[in-house]
Design a protein around this ligand. Structure first.
Ligand code: HDE
Length: 699
């Protein structure tokens, strides 16, 4: 056999697109870009002459152990993965900044909350909870909303969710909750789904979870975009001022684009159409300079006020209604820079609720107290070293110094002989300061024990308040979500047990779910020691109430084909752009189409691979010929049928009528003439809720 040697990409060309020199650690722990002349090297800097072939005894002989280049490359590859997060494994991270607009100096010494106009760098990671790192973006699930703020006084990690309450009251139950929701241990499924027996079994036996279940069954858990979710610190925290006085605080992030969700059938189809829907949406927004923004708002209250609440502010299954303690907006967060490297940043970022600067402190919430332990522990497991704070995304951006030394992957090279304190040998070395972090000097009295406070025992009143605060559309979605989830539960006694809890929340809801589950009669109400209290509805708990009358940040799909009318296409795309939305041109084939005036238009997506679930509204501009042809194409008919079924605005011209007819589209306020671009934009700003009862049976 002749000796052959493929030279692969070794043709003297520049390295592959986007390939940049690796970052390296310089002396003193400073990170810098190494000078690089495009030579491929080993990790020891040895230039590599052949990256295609391993070292072999002869052309067809065995590979030699001597091949240190092969061994280094394969070994590194074998070790590329680190343990994924046990929860929140699937995430999307973005850099940005926080800017304070109103000072809280009266309440806290924390500079990030007192220096108005100051911009603080942040890294924010959004996540689903139950699925693995490679799972879909659109399951019905809570979204994590974790913000690392690199303040002048140390990192502050506000590790929250898009729902203001949690399933459980005590950290002791967290492993049980997570075991129950993740895939079942014998069969290894379902992935990223709560619709299975073990989850609902646990829930049915954990009445404190019912308030969170109401939120989880609402459309909050099927968001349209990570740019359109709220964030909540969930627990009560404390602010401490210079006199050592404490004020309780709850943190809220509110999206500038307003809230927006998908409908369930859409979320299901999105999972197939684009498993990375939310990550891609964020990536594209950042790439296009449409930077998502949130307001930071606080609810501030005193111990005395808290004592007067009809629930315990230390109980994470309760929220403080905005009607009781209004929100005060104090700043804004803008996300504007995509990470350079997903693994280095989004995967290795290590959030810990215990990371707080002076002037902020914890409350006694037993869930928070458990979290203060868990996150540091989990980072040690995942990142493998107590030096995880040296990874650039985790490192504070203010100076930090102490006498901690050594450990796996120590990157710093602290000079000198002093690594202890007190010392007399390094008078300039790090010393404690009176202005440093202090805990609230709280008096703690009472008997030690494994006790759940009596004030934590009302599990249904706020669940009811949430349900009765929703619009009828949202209530119907919740009831239908419960029917969907419980229909996947095999054990009838679990379904019944859940309905028995719903009876304490709302009789009508319980009946609708029972009917949806085909139950002959309602099960008895679950035993309880605390009767449900009637509370005033709180419209702030709705999604529909928090939608904005805008198309900003949304996306429109425009279906065209050869012969489409140019003026109509131009009219729609211009109106969409002017409304602050983006659009994509879709056609039966990629490349270009020839419009009515023979001009050519670039196509962004092929019809079969770009279904309407990817858009907030769609427009069809088709010649009579193209319309007749596409009426026979399942993907074109589905494009329209789904847009209609998902309650979206549809603009269509005369030629597109054949496709609309085939899809069974009936004229309503959301179906507009393609020439009426203004009307289309207006209709596209909302979903056509009135259409829904005509299309599907909701519980
Ligand atoms: Fe977490 N949670 N959690 N959690 N959590 C983790 O930490 C935990 C809870 C939240 O983007 C883990 O780094 C316990 C509430 C977010 O990297 C772990 C308890 C809230 C993220 C952990 C809770 C959250 C996590 C897994 C009950 C909303 C993702 C990987 C006591 C306020 C952060 C990791 C990121 C991640 C433990 C409850 C939010 C195991 C023990 C309540 C957003 O440490």
């Amino acid at each position: 056999m002749p000796k052959t040697k493929s030279n692969g990409g070794k043709n003297g060309a520049k390295p592959a697109n986007g390939s940049t020199p690796s970052t390296a650690v310089g002396n003193g722990g400073e990170w810098h870009q190494q000078a690089h002349d495009n030579t491929l090297t080993t990790n020891q800097g040895v230039p590599i002459s052949d990256n295609q072939n391993s070292l072999r005894a002869n052309a067809r002989g065995p590979t030699l152990l001597e091949d240190f280049i092969l061994r280094e490359k394969i070994t590194h590859f074998d070790h590329e993965r680190i343990p994924e997060r046990i929860v929140h494994a699937r995430g999307t991270g973005v850099h940005g900044f926080f800017e304070l607009t109103e000072s809280l100096a009266k309440y806290t010494t924390a500079k990030i909350l007192t220096e108005v106009g100051e911009k603080t760098e942040v890294f924010t990671r959004f996540s689903t909870v139950a699925g693995g790192a490679g799972s879909i973006d659109t399951p019905r699930d809570v979204r994590g909303f974790a913000v690392k703020m690199y303040t002048k006084e140390g990192n502050w990690d506000l590790v929250g969710n898009n729902i203001p309450v949690f399933f459980i009251q005590d950290a002791m139950k967290f492993p049980d909750l997570v075991h129950a929701v993740k895939m079942e241990p014998d069969r290894g499924f379902p992935q990223a789904a709560s619709a299975h027996d073990t989850f609902w079994d646990f829930i049915s036996l954990t009445p404190e979870s019912l308030h969170m279940i109401m939120w989880a069954m609402s459309d909050r858990t099927i968001p349209r975009s990570l740019r359109m979710i709220e964030g909540f610190g969930v627990h009560t925290f404390r602010l401490l001022n210079d006199k050592g006085e404490s004020t309780f605080v709850k943190f809220h992030w509110r999206p500038k684009l307003g809230l927006q969700s998908t409908v369930w059938d859409e979320a299901v189809k999105l999972a197939g159409a684009d498993p990375d829907f939310h990550r891609r949406d964020m990536f594209e927004s950042i790439s296009n300079g449409a930077f998502p923004e949130w307001e930071l708002a606080v609810q501030l209250f005193t111990e005395k006020q808290a004592d007067g609440f009809p629930f315990d502010h230390l109980d994470a299954t309760k929220l403080i209604p905005e009607e009781l303690i209004p929100l005060k907006v104090i700043g804004r967060m803008v996300l504007n820079r995509w990470p350079n490297n997903f693994f280095a940043e989004t995967e290795q970022v290590a959030f810990c609720p215990s990371h707080i600067p002076p002037g902020i402190d914890f409350s006694n919430d037993p869930l928070l107290q458990g979290r203060l332990f868990s996150y540091l522990d989990t980072q040690l497991k995942r990142l493998g070293s107590p030096n995880f704070h040296q990874i650039p995304v985790n490192a504070p951006k203010c100076p930090f110094a102490n006498n901690q030394r050594d450990g796996h992957m120590q990157m710093a090279q602290p000079a000198g002989r002093v690594n202890y304190e007190p010392n007399s040998l390094a008078p300039d070395g790090p010393r404690e300061r009176a202005t440093g972090f202090r805990s609230m000097a709280a008096d703690e009295t009472g008997a030690k024990g494994r006790i759940r406070a009596e004030s934590f025992s009302d599990h249904y009143s706020q669940a009811r308040q949430f349900f009765i605060s929703q619009t009828p559309v949202e209530q119907a979605h919740m009831a239908s979500a419960l029917v969907f989830e419980l229909s996947k539960v095999e054990h009838p006694h679990i379904r019944e047990a859940v309905v028995s809890h719903l009876r304490h929340i709302d009789g009508d809801l319980a009946q609708r779910v029972a009917t949806g589950l085909g139950m002959d009669k309602l099960p008895e109400p679950a035993p309880t020691t605390v009767e449900t209290r009637e509370m005033e509805p709180s419209p702030a708990l709705q999604i529909i109430g928090k939608m904005k009358d805008t198309l900003e940040g949304r996306a429109v799909g425009v279906l065209v084909a050869d012969g489409s009318d140019k003026a109509t296409v131009d009219g729609i795309t211009a109106a969409v752009k002017q409304a602050g939305a983006s659009f994509k041109i879709i056609a039966p084939k990629v490349g270009e189409v020839t419009l009515s005036d023979k001009s050519r238009l670039k196509v962004d997506g092929q019809l079969a691979g770009t279904p309407s679930v990817l858009f907030d509204a769609v427009a069809l501009v088709l010649s009579a010929d193209a319309g007749a042809k596409l009426a026979k194409e399942a993907c074109a008919v589905d494009f329209v049928r789904d847009a209609f079924g998902h309650l979206k605005a549809i603009a269509a011209d005369e030629g597109a009528r054949a496709v609309l007819d085939k899809a069974g589209v009936e004229k309503d306020a959301g179906v507009v003439e393609a020439s009426n671009s203004k009307g289309f934009v207006q209709a596209a700003k909302t979903r056509q809720w009135d259409r829904e009862p005509k299309l599907r049976t909701l519980a």
